[in-house]
Each structure stands twice: as C-alpha cells, then as structure tokens.
Write a protein that binds this ligand. Structure first.
Ligand SMILES: C[S@@+](CC[C@H](N)C(=O)[O-])C[C@H]1O[C@@H](n2cnc3c(N)ncnc32)[C@H](O)[C@@H]1O
Length: 571
C-alpha cells in the first residue's frame, strides 16, 4: 500500500500547473489595489471609488436576510464586541435609493421582488441593497474573473434573479452546496437545514478556472500497488473499445487496434505520444503473445478526485476549531482556499466586500494572492488587521472611512471628532458631532434647541414615546447639574403628556462612576413587558470600542436610518 502523502490531492497546496507564463501583477491604479488593503466602510461607497475591471476573483458572504442580529465578543475579557445586523426594513433611505436607480433590467428585477414579496417588505429592502452592490461588483470584476456569492435558503432565490440579471444567465456556472453542519437536532416539521449555497458566476466565457481536487479514497490508493524507481504506479490500458478512423486507429509497433476486441479498438493517444511513453520506459509489455501493452500511471500524476458541486469535505467551523476567532458567521479557511485556488493564480487580487473577520483575505495571503477586504464594521477590520499580522504580513493600507476623511485606528477613538473646529459644510464641529451621534442612535437631531429644554436629539419609539437625548461632546467630564437638567427635561415632557418614560445622556469619554450611580438610582420603567433604565449614560468611546448600546424600545420605523454598526462606521 503506497504512502498517502504521495498523492497531490491537497487542493490548497495544488499549484495551477496548467497555465504557463504567469501574468505580472499589474501596477495598482488605486491605493486599495496594491494587494493587501483593508477598508472600513460601506462597500457600496468603496466599490464606487474603484476603476472598472480591477479585481479577480470576488467572494462575498453578505448578511443572508436571516432576520436576526449576531453579537460576539473578542479579545481578552470580551473587550471588543461585534454586532451584525441582519434585519431589513424599507426605509426613507431605501425609497430614495430606489428612486435613483436607472430604468433597466436591474430596476425591473428589484421591482419583481417587490411585487412578489411586498412593496416595502424586508425582502424588497434586501434586494435593493444587494442589487446595487452586485452591479458594482460586476463592473469592477475583470473579464477573466468569477464571483462566488455565499448565501442560504432565505434569499438564494432572489440572489439568483439578481445575478442572472446582472451577470447574464449564460455566465451562471454552479450552485455549490456546502455542508456546513452535521448536528442531529430532533425531528421538527421540516428536514434539517444543513447546507449553505455558493452561487458561482463568471463575468464572461473566458473565465479562469482550475477546478479543485480532493484526496483519493483508500480503495483508489490501493490500486497503485506497483513500484519502480519513479514511485508507485498502476497499469492502465492503452487500448480501449471502438474503432477510430484517425491517428488513434492506426497500427503502432505491429499492433493493429482494429483487429483487437470483439468489434475493434483504438489507442488512448496518438502514435507520437505512445512513442514518447515508450522512450520514457512507461509502457509495460505483456509476457504472453497477443497481450496488450499498458501504461504505467504514477500516483504523483493523479491530482485527486475532481470536486463536484456538493462540498461535504470542507470541515465546518466548530467552536473547538483552532481557527475560530469567535466572529459570528466566520467561514473556514479551507473553503476560501478552495475557491481562490480554483479561480485565480498568483497574479489574482481577491476582493471580499463583506469581509467579516477576514477569512478570504487570510486565504488569499496564504496562497500568495493579493486581497482587498472591506467591512462596514470597524471591529471586523481591527480583527482582520490582527489576523493578517499573525500570518506575518501587514495589511497596508488599512483605511477607516468615516465621513469625509480616512482615519487611522489610533485616532478612531473619536478624538478626531473634537479636533474638528468646523466641519467642511460650515457646521460648527460640536453641532456636527451631535448630528452624528443622533444618526448613530436612529434619533432625530433637535436643530432648534428651543422648547423641549434645549435637548440635542429625540428618539421616537414605535409606540409613540419620546426619549430626550443630551449629547455632551466636550473633552472634560460632565457634571451632576448636566444630569439634573436632563432629568428636568424628561419630567417636563412627561408632564406635558409627551410620554417621555426615559432619557439618555451621551458623552465623549466614559463618565465618572458617581454619574452612573446617579443614573441607575432613577430606577426602571416597564414598557410592553420589557424593563428599561429610566436614565442611561453612555460614552461614544464605549460604543466604539466595546460595542455598547443604550437599551431603548424599538424605534419608530419612520426614523430608522440604518443599524447602529453602520452608523458607527460612518461617523
Ligand atoms: C456574514 S459576515 C462575513 C463573514 C466572513 N465571511 C468571515 O469569514 O468572517 C458579513 C459581514 O458583512 C459586513 N457588512 C454588512 N453590511 C455591509 C456593508 N454595507 N458594507 C461592508 N460590509 C458590510 C458585516 O459587518 C459582516 O462582518
């Protein structure tokens, strides 16, 4: 039995040998295209900055429309938390984006989803979000490139519609099923869902593809039971059934294939090639007269079993797994290695516009490809930076797009905000900061600052209550009178029957302990079965670095402008 290690079966390590003369890496035409860039921001904005046909391949693992939020903590004592929102609503912003879409197939496809799922349904909102982004991805993908979209049964139907519309149904290559779990949950009212779907589209018919191979089975390995100085081999026939008129039907070395078998045979290759095999000593001649020569086929030549579209051999991410970083929705490195190896060579620049904790970027770096990872979560980008550094490489540039400027992580702790005396549009820096904080919380800035006790913003709940918000963005600590004033506003609103059951103070840096105690002493209010603190105090720094959020009842959908994580990165 030959040793297993001799088979070239590891897809990750397999080099794309079929192609010769690698293309040189093109000179970057944009700072993000240098080959090791991470960018924090909304991928739609970042994609719009990129030139046409500059990346290849693209892998994306977007939110799936799972109607849930994921929260996870990383680092020592859970010092950093990520909150991924995957709940969709048709908002004023959706309406505006929809109106800005040009007439054409994409708009028709999105409208078709709206017709089927409801004009303002979550599915409609998701289709709009994905449609706009997939169109940009198609634009930036090279003609030789492919796109792999990772999804699950919640929205794969609509993603197929969008991809067929944008890429063309003729460029659809595969719907890959990846077995992602093997838990044996108890019987429910449907079959257990155990796979994700990966939709594979090429940009054109000239796309690069090397396939993938998996290990040979024990039974196949046992066939290589002969050995010479070149290694383990098995003997395979050189003559196969059926007559041929071409070169493979000609006699070679006094053997006429037409006279063999019941109704004639032919050679598996041309006489030239047979001659070459003979010179190389690879042909085993039979001992007895009339026997057929056979070819020595070496184990080393066998790349493994070609992988089909059902992937049950990529170990899924378990909580015990070494590579598990605790990032919600993290995918296994081997999955990305298979995709990247199949669809790129070392000149490739892998784009993952929903990069999460950076599995695609990590796989690209491991395989010697360039990468551009984008994520809207600053925490995800921070985790990616550390992950890639531990592979020995430094991602450059790492850019945090937060409004008008690119900030480094060091200045991300919001200090930059206060150093801004006046914003570019002439708004005083302080008002700018208050607006941003209001946006972060889905609250409405109070521009007039008259009436309502001079509060900075109001948060409207879906049940019609108001939460007054005071935003104190100066560098020093706030004091007890600031808290008293806010409490006074809350009480006066309540007295005016404006239903203000709670209030919120937002500071730049974490407040003194006495102020937290004061807030806690105000007690709780129970609304629709849920307990909320009557007064909360929270700093922007805690929101940015520890992912903390105030506890508030659901917002009135009319004022929902995006999830807090998105707002955070937009600050
Ligand atoms: C399913 S996770 C990706 C997980 C990733 N494949 C991994 O292995 O870690 C989806 C990611 O998309 C990010 N995201 C959601 N909306 C985004 C947007 N508009 N722009 C960029 N990233 C976004 C989320 O922050 C989240 O990290």
């Amino acid at each position: 039995m030959p040793p297993r290690t001799r088979a070239k079966t590891d897809t990750a390590k397999r080099t794309p040998t079929k192609r010769t003369g690698r293309r040189a890496k093109p000179a970057p035409t944009h700072p993000y295209l240098g080959g090791n860039a991470l960018v924090c921001g909304d991928n739609l904005d970042i994609l719009r900055e990129l030139p046409d046909e500059c990346v290849d391949p693209i892998y994306l693992d977007p939110p799936f429309n799972s109607n849930s939020n994921y929260v996870a903590a990383f680092g020592d004592k859970g010092s950093v938390a990520a909150q991924l929102r995957d709940i969709w609503r048709w908002t004023v912003e959706s309406e505006n984006s929809h109106q800005r879409l040009r007439e054409g197939k994409l708009l028709n496809a999105i409208n078709a989803v709206r017709l089927v799922s409801g004009e303002t349904s979550p599915m409609a909102s998701y289709a709009l979000f994905m449609g706009q982004r997939l169109a940009e991805m198609h634009r930036v993908l090279k003609p030789t490139g492919s796109l792999y979209l990772h999804c699950d049964p919640n929205a794969n139907w609509l993603l197929r519609v969008l991809l067929d519309t944008i890429f063309g149904a003729n460029n659809f290559q595969n719907e890959i099923s990846w077995l992602r779990s093997q838990t044996r949950s108890s019987i429910s009212r449907r079959f257990r869902r155990a796979h994700d779907t990966i939709l594979f589209y090429s940009k054109t018919a000239k796309y690069q593809f090397d396939g993938a191979y998996k290990s040979l089975s024990e039974t196949s390995l046992k066939l290589y039971n002969r050995e010479d100085n070149r290694g383990h081999y098995q003997l395979v026939p050189l003559l196969v059934s059926g007559k041929r008129n071409g070169e493979t039907g000609l006699p070679w070395r006094r053997i006429d294939p037409n006279e063999r078998g019941k109704s004639g045979m032919h050679w598996v290759t041309t006489p030239d090639k047979l001659e070459q095999y003979e010179k190389e000593g690879r042909i085993a001649w039979p001992q007895k007269n009339g026997g057929a020569p056979r070819l020595k086929f070496y184990l080393e030549e066998n790349p493994g079993v070609p992988v089909n579209d059902f992937w049950d051999d990529v170990a899924f991410m378990s909580s015990q797994s070494d590579e598990n970083l605790g990032y919600p929705t993290q995918k296994p490195l081997a999955l990305l290695e298979r995709i990247i190896t199949a669809s790129s060579d070392e000149s490739g620049l892998v784009l993952d516009p929903f990069c999460g904790c950076g599995t695609a970027a990590d796989a690209a770096a491991k395989l010697g490809r360039g990468y551009l990872g984008i994520d809207v979560s600053a925490i995800a980008v921070r985790v990616m930076e550390q992950r890639l550094a531990s592979r020995g490489g430094k991602a450059t540039p790492v850019v945090y797009k937060m409004g008008w400027e690119d900030y480094e992580w060091e200045v991300f702790e919001y200090r930059a905000l206060m150093s801004r005396a006046d914003a570019e549009d002439g708004t005083p820096g302080h008002a700018w900061a208050e607006d941003k904080v209001a946006g972060l919380l889905n609250a409405v800035p109070n521009d007039q600052k008259t009436g309502d006790g001079g509060i900075d913003a109001r948060y409207f709940t879906e049940a019609g209550e108001i939460v007054p918000i005071q935003v104190k963005m100066h560098k020093g600590q706030i004091s007890r009178p600031d808290m008293d004033r806010l409490l006074g506003v809350q009480t006066s609103l309540r007295n005016q029957r404006k239903k203000a059951p709670m209030s919120l103070m937002v500071t730049l840096y974490p407040p003194r302990e006495q102020l937290r105690v004061f807030a806690a002493q105000q007690g709780h209010v129970t609304l629709r079965g849920e307990r909320y603190p009557k007064m909360q105090i929270l700093s922007v720094q805690e929101m940015l670095t520890a992912g903390e959020r105030p506890k508030l009842p659901p917002v009135d959908p009319r004022y929902f402008v995006g999830d807090t994580q998105t707002r955070l990165s937009a600050l």
